[in-house]
Design a protein around this ligand. Structure first.
Ligand code: WTA
Length: 661
């Protein structure tokens, strides 16, 4: 690899540009965990028992009676009456196997400091912290909230909770104080694990202030544990009910806490995610089905083996980090790399430096990151020896073929298969992707549904679309990693995911993930994106309603509509169209307060790219806001026929303003 555009480079680019299909390299296939395409038939012919293959990756204290119980659809149960503990599966059994000295977590801090936790060390600290949590009063089934950046104490706390049967609810550290309070109130969570702060681009940032502010909005008492991440770089005080993490762990040094026996269907964790309404949804995942599913997909799709060094660059505050930094990789006993910082600090080669240094075998990231790598230039990866890599993956949003090919060439050196994995918080794990040792890859298209996953692209009348046509992506059979319900809201669970296409009278249950997709003649699925009012900003899922209600809460705002506009780096960016209240002036002051309002209610990730003041919003004759039109305006697309609007004149006005900004 070189950084100049030699004639060979140009030729290679041209060849890659034309190539539409890529075969996995022979050397990969030979060693792959799954390399026989017969697996698709085996799963189809033997469904649902095929899922025993996933459950077999775990140690069960008691065998399950049935693989699937579908007697109360869509409240499916998996591996019923089976008993197990997730932390025992992620830790104890590897130590018992004599692998206690092998690295479980390789943590790289932003300032360059590193920490290695062997499986034995991780188990020790998990037991110590589990003992501390119990001392604080945490009992089985109490929800413990975590509000922490990428520091090792986060997976320690998650596994400690799993050990004592207390579900965790991790709130992304970039979310605001309000967002934390909403989630703690919704989950009746009386315990919080957080930290004093963290480093970003070398600066020590306060996090505890935000946590304290969040706590002031929680309507019940909370015991808080604070990790001292910043040492002398930031002083913090502990208030009533606040405890220092290191002190607690030291007090319980050498503690031994037996893993609590959990039923397969007992809750492992809650994860709040955005939906169509303003209120985040508490997605409930269980112990047996979820852990089986993430272990299986880690093995089959990410090709993880115990002696690999594997790195997923997501944040543990999102589902990708739960499933594919913590639970899947650790259940398989591999070494999981965790990086605290940003990819361009201190330099834009930070990630490639880490891959070289740790000899990373498998790397899993998001298209938004790949777009940034492309923009920075191929010289950064070229400075490093990335030959340890054997497989690459992406998740979170559609990847365009150009970005796919860049990743393939400049990171994978045309020697690593790429898995483009479609899934969601709700699905727990991957659903649609190629199997890297089996399938041809087609850049831009995620691939076929995984074995045993019944994903279909359908019309509103439920007929499957013809090849080349777009429709709605659906999943027509349950799978072990599926969400079981929305926390304390069974009704919303049914209406959000099952109402659109199911027919209860016919006992037909179809899961609708609210994504649009296209199907090819070979059954490959190309995911097109959300069809509901959910935005995907840099791979982060945000509800337009949540942002709108934050904006309407700002003094001087009468009405607001939020849509996603195309954005080169972020995929989608937030566009806010705002009508002011009489007596308030449009302008920078109000614009700043709107941005601040969104940051306070949700977090900087939801910050509007543009705030466009308008006297009116385009509405249909029946009074509905024409969001499509607002999207087209944001994207500078052809608007088509606007004559059905009640107020067509407003369109020119808004267009002019978007152009101006
Ligand atoms: C989108 C992230 C296209 C999709 C794991 C989905 C994707 C939403 C892909 C879920 C992909 C995820 N190709 N789109 N490979 N992966 N998405 O819950 O719109 O944060 O519904 O889970 O991301 O986002 P979530």
């Amino acid at each position: 690899m070189g950084d100049s555009e030699s004639p060979e480079d140009v030729q290679l680019e041209a060849r890659l540009e034309e190539q539409e299909a890529f075969e996995p390299p022979e050397s990969f296939v030979e060693q792959a965990n799954v390399s026989d395409e017969a697996i698709y038939d085996e799963f189809a012919e033997n469904w649902p028992d095929c899922w025993e293959r996933a459950a077999d990756l775990l140690d069960w204290e008691e065998e399950y009676d049935a693989v699937l119980d579908d007697s109360n659809e869509p409240f499916y149960e998996w591996f019923t009456d089976g008993k197990l503990n997730a932390s025992a599966n992620c830790l104890d059994r590897h130590v018992a196997d004599g692998r206690g000295d092998e690295a479980a977590i390789e943590w790289v801090g932003e300032l360059g400091e590193t920490r290695t936790y062997t499986y034995a060390e991780l188990l020790d600290e998990v037991e110590e912290f589990a003992a501390a949590l119990r001392d604080l009063g945490v009992e089985e089934d109490d929800v413990v909230t975590m509000y922490m950046p990428m520091i090792p104490e986060l997976p320690v706390a998650m596994l400690a909770c799993a050990r004592i049967g207390a579900p965790h609810s991790v709130v992304f550290a970039g979310f605001s104080a309000d967002a934390l309070a909403t989630r703690m109130n919704s989950a009746d969570s009386e315990y919080l694990v957080t930290c004093d702060g963290y480093y970003r681009r070398g600066d020590a940032l306060d996090h505890k202030d935000k946590a304290d502010e969040g706590l002031s909005g929680v309507d019940h008492g909370v015991d808080t544990v604070v990790v001292d991440r910043l040492g002398d770089d930031l002083d913090h005080d502990l208030g009533d009910g606040q405890h220092d993490y290191d002190d607690l762990v030291a007090e319980h040094e050498g503690a031994s806490v037996d893993p609590v026996t959990r039923d397969a269907e007992d809750m492992l964790f809650l994860m709040y995610t955005s939906g169509t309404t303003g209120e985040p949804k508490g997605v409930k995942h269980t112990t047996g089905g979820y852990l089986s599913y993430v272990s299986w997909t880690s093995q089959a799709v990410l090709d993880i083996e115990a002696d690999d060094t594997y790195w997923c660059s997501a944040d543990i505050g999102w589902i990708t980090g739960h499933s594919y930094i913590v639970y899947g990789p650790l259940a398989l006993g591999t070494t999981s790399v965790m990086y605290e910082g940003t990819p361009d600090y201190p330099e834009k080669d930070r990630l490639w430096e880490i891959i070289e240094e740790y000899g990373v075998d498998i790397f899993y990231t998001a298209p938004t990151a790949i777009r940034a790598f492309m923009k920075w230039g191929k010289e950064y990866p070229a400075e490093h020896d990335l030959s340890s890599l054997r497989l690459l993956g992406t998740v979170g949003e559609p990847i365009n073929p150009r970005a796919w090919k860049w990743y393939y060439k400049h990171i994978g050196n045309e020697e690593c298969p790429i898995v483009d994995t479609w899934w969601q918080t709700e699905t727990g794990g991957m659903m649609v992707t190629t199997l890297p040792g089996v399938n041809t890859m087609k850049p831009g298209s995620a691939g076929p549904p995984l074995p045993g996953v019944d994903a279909k692209v359908i019309h509103p009348n439920k007929a499957e679309v013809d090849p080349g046509q777009a429709g709605h992506l659906t999943v027509q059979k349950p799978w072990p990693g599926m969400l079981r319900t929305l926390y304390k809201n069974d009704e919303r669970f049914v209406s959000e995911y099952w109402a659109e296409y199911s027919d209860a009278d016919e006992d037909e249950w179809i899961y609708f993930p609210e994504d649009g997709a296209k199907i090819d003649d070979d059954g490959y699925i190309t995911v097109l994106g959300r069809v509901d009012d959910v935005l995907n900003v840099s791979g982060h899922r945000l509800g337009t309603m949540e942002i709108e209600s934050a904006i309407v809460g700002v003094e001087g705002v009468a009405e607001a509509a939020v849509v996603g506009g195309d954005h080169e780096m972020k995929g989608e960016a937030v566009y806010a169209y705002v009508i002011t209240e009489d007596g308030y002036e449009e302008g920078d002051d109000l614009r700043d307060r709107i941005v601040e309002g969104v940051e306070d209610a949700i977090g900087p990730i939801a910050r509007p790219e543009q705030v466009v003041f308008t006297p009116e919003l385009p509405k249909t004759r029946s009074g509905k806001i024409m969001r499509r039109l607002l999207e087209d305006i944001a994207n500078d697309d052809d608007l088509g026929d606007t004559s059905t609007l009640r107020n067509p004149d407003v369109v020119d006005d808004i267009q002019a303003k978007v152009g101006d900004d």
